[in-house]
Design a protein around this ligand. Structure first.
Ligand code: GLN
Length: 307
């Protein structure tokens, strides 16, 4: 496609094809409130570098961002303390589920990457130390970058997750025992569950991720990250953003991407646009079935990929 053509026709076509494809997966149920989501919902948005947004289906409907927020907390911490973060968290794919404990003991409490839960807890702990309010800092950033001042946490989702948060609590306490968490674990968990509960639409999240396609430049033209740091985050998204399905995601979609168990996925075409797709039915690895399918169709139809 040409640089100037609208993304609308391709989004309309993808929505039609997805509507005809029956496979949807099941909404996450380990966070009870998320189990109520309707798997037939589907939305997709593309944001261009100048802020123009195209969308289809439920693209303006807010959903639970969940692990998509891990990209933004990582970007904020890297912008504040740079390379120092990598002493506390690695950047290799884990090959394990997003909430797995198994590697942490072998690897002395240092999580494989910032996009599995253990790694994200480390990043949120850093952000909390640096700002005193990790979730609030994230929300301010998302509001500014999306241009939507109404973005908010869903306290019901945060409470639902906190009530069933034994796995995340185990990860955090275990890392604290290695000295890899600096603040008190209960406070960290509260911040993390609030962070994950951000309600945002495909339009909001595609826009908010724009700095990753603009090589680190925020919506207002100021610099958040160096070009090199933006590249680094995109690289970690490509290799780790969809957990133990990152290889298959790279194969099918060919873009840096980050999923969440609310059914959203963001993806980046550096120098060109950002995407967000949402459909709450998940596969066994916690990625949206229709979401991955739609991104696969997008890169196939447009030829826009990093490869
Ligand atoms: N809040 C979820 C959790 O910690 C996020 C997981 C995800 O979206 N993959 O389990």
């Amino acid at each position: 496609m040409t640089e100037s053509s609208s993304f609308q026709p391709v989004l309309d076509r993808i929505a039609e094809e997805i509507a005809a494809a029956p496979a949807r997966g099941r909404p996450a149920d380990y966070i009870p409130v998320l189990a109520e989501a309707d798997p037939s919902r589907f939305g997709m948005a593309v944001a261009e570098l100048d802020g123009t947004v195209y969308g289809v289906g439920d693209w303006r409907r807010p959903f639970s961002a969940q692990s998509i927020t891990k990209v933004f907390t990582l970007a904020l911490v890297l912008s504040m303390e740079g390379e120092a973060l990598w002493r506390n968290v690695g950047r290799e794919p884990s090959g394990n589920p997003f909430n797995s404990l198994v590697q942490l003991e072998y690897e002395n409490g240092i999580p494989r990457n910032p996009f599995i839960n253990a790694g994200a807890l480390v990043v949120t702990d850093r952000l909390q130390s640096l700002t005193g309010d990790a979730a609030g800092c994230l929300l301010d950033f998302l509001r500014a970058e999306s241009g939507n001042p109404e973005l908010a946490f869903d306290e019901t989702v945060a409470a639902s997750e906190a009530g069933h948060g034994d796995r995340n609590a185990a990860l955090a306490h275990f890392m604290a025992s290695y000295g890899n968490i600096s603040g008190p674990v209960p406070g960290l968990l509260a911040q993390y569950f609030r962070q994950c509960s951000v309600e945002a639409s495909c339009a909001d999240l595609a826009s908010a991720a724009g700095f990753l396609a603009r090589h680190g430049i925020r919506a207002d033209g100021t610099t958040l990250l160096t070009r090199s740091q933006a590249k680094q985050i995109n690289a970690v998204m490509l290799t780790c953003g969809t957990y133990d399905a990152a290889g298959d995601f790279a194969y099918r979609v060919g873009l840096p991407g980050k999923s969440g168990v609310g059914g959203g996925i963001i993806a980046v075409v550096p120098g060109r646009c950002t995407l967000c797709v949402w459909s709450p039915g998940l596969d066994a690895r916690g990625n949206s079935v229709a979401g991955v399918d739609a991104l696969d169709r997008f890169t196939t139809l447009t030829g826009l990929s990093v490869f």
